[in-house]
Design a protein around this ligand. Structure first.
Ligand code: ATP
Ligand code: MG
Length: 247
C-alpha cells in the first residue's frame, strides 16, 4: 500500500455505558478512494468525527497527514480542518447565498485573496464540476438535487483539500443522480491524483461504492472486521459482510 493519509490505532470511544468504537485499527492510503461501509449505528459517523478531530478518543490515536490529533491544540485543530473538504448527504448549502456565493464563502473566510481573484476562482471551480454560467446566480432552491451536489462539491474543493470526505453522498438520490454523483467523485479523485488527494466515503450504499472505491473497510460494532482492495472485497467469505453484500 502507498503511504498513509490516515492512521488510526486502538481507537476506543464510549458514550456513557456504550462502547461505540471498540479498539478500532485502520490505515487509509493517500491518493486513493477508500469507503467505510457498515450498518446503521455501526459507528461510521463517530469515526469520521475522530478523523476531523471533533471527538477526542478515550483510548488510542488518530494520525492524519502526519499530525497526531491528540497533540494539537483547539486552534491548531481548527487550522488542521482546512485540509479537509466535506460533502454531506444534503449538500448543506447556504440557502440565502447563490451558487457562486456558496463557493465564494470559504475563499473569503479562509484566504486573503482579493475580491476579483476570489470571484474568478469560485467561477472556475463551478465550471470544473459542471455548473455553467447561467446557474451561477441561482439559489439552492432553484437548483436540482444533482446540481446542489455539484455546488457542494465545488465549495468543498475550492480551498484545495488534501482529504475529501463524503458522508452518505448518494443516500436518498434517484439512480440517475446516484450515477452522476459517483462519476463526480471518480472524476474529482482522478483530477487531483497528482496532488495525492485522498477520498474517504462513508456509506451504506454498497452498490454505489463498489464501482468507485479502491479499498473498502467494513465497520461493525465499532471494529473494522474486513478491509480489502475492492476486487478482493467483492469475493469476501466473511459471513456478515457477505450478508450485507448480498442484500
Ligand atoms: N454524541 C453521542 N452521544 C451518545 N451516543 C452517540 C453519540 N454519537 C453517536 N452515538 C451512538 O453511537 C452509535 C453509532 O452512531 P454513528 O452515528 O456513528 O453510526 P453510523 O454508523 O454513522 O450510523 P448511520 O448509518 O445511521 O449514520 C449509535 O448507537 C449512536 O446512538
Ligand atoms: Mg452516520
Amino acid at each position: 500500500m502507498s503511504s498513509c493519509a490516515i492512521e488510526i490505532e486502538n481507537l476506543v470511544k464510549r458514550f456513557g455505558p456504550h462502547t461505540i468504537l471498540d479498539d478500532l485499527n485502520v490505515k487509509i492510503p493517500q491518493g486513493k478512494i477508500t469507503t467505510i461501509l457498515g450498518f446503521s449505528g455501526a459507528g461510521k459517523s463517530t469515526l469520521l468525527k475522530h478523523i476531523l478531530g471533533l471527538y477526542t478518543p478515550d483510548q488510542g490515536s488518530v494520525v492524519v497527514l502526519g499530525s497526531d490529533l491528540g497533540q494539537l491544540s483547539e486552534l491548531e485543530l481548527r487550522e488542521f480542518r482546512q485540509k479537509f473538504g466535506m460533502l454531506f448527504q444534503y449538500a448543506a448549502l447556504f440557502d440565502s447565498f447563490t451558487a457562486e456565493e456558496n463557493v465564494f464563502f470559504p475563499l473569503q473566510e479562509f484566504t486573503k485573496l482579493g475580491i476579483e481573484e476570489i470571484r474568478q476562482r469560485a467561477r472556475n471551480m463551478l465550471l470544473t464540476v459542471g455548473i455553467t454560467e447561467d446557474s451561477f446566480e441561482k439559489f439552492p432552491s432553484q437548483l436540482s438535487g444533482g446540481m446542489r451536489k455539484r455546488v457542494g462539491l465545488a465549495r468543498a474543493l475550492v480551498l484545495g483539500p488534501d482529504v475529501m470526505l463524503y458522508d452518505e453522498p448518494t443516500t436518498g438520490l434517484d439512480p440517475i443522480t446516484t450515477k452522476m454523483v459517483n462519476r463526480l467523485i471518480l472524476d474529482t479523485a482522478e483530477k487531483y491524483k497528482d496532488r495525492l488527494m485522498t477520498s474517504v466515503i462513508i456509506s451504506h450504499d454498497i452498490k454505489a461504492t463498489l464501482e468507485i472505491s479502491d479499498f473498502i473497510a467494513f465497520l461493525d460494532h465499532g471494529r473494522i472486521i474486513e478491509y480489502l482492495p475492492v476486487d478482493q472485497f467483492k469475493e469476501t467469505t466473511n459471513p456478515l459482510v457477505r450478508s450485507f453484500l448480498d442484500i
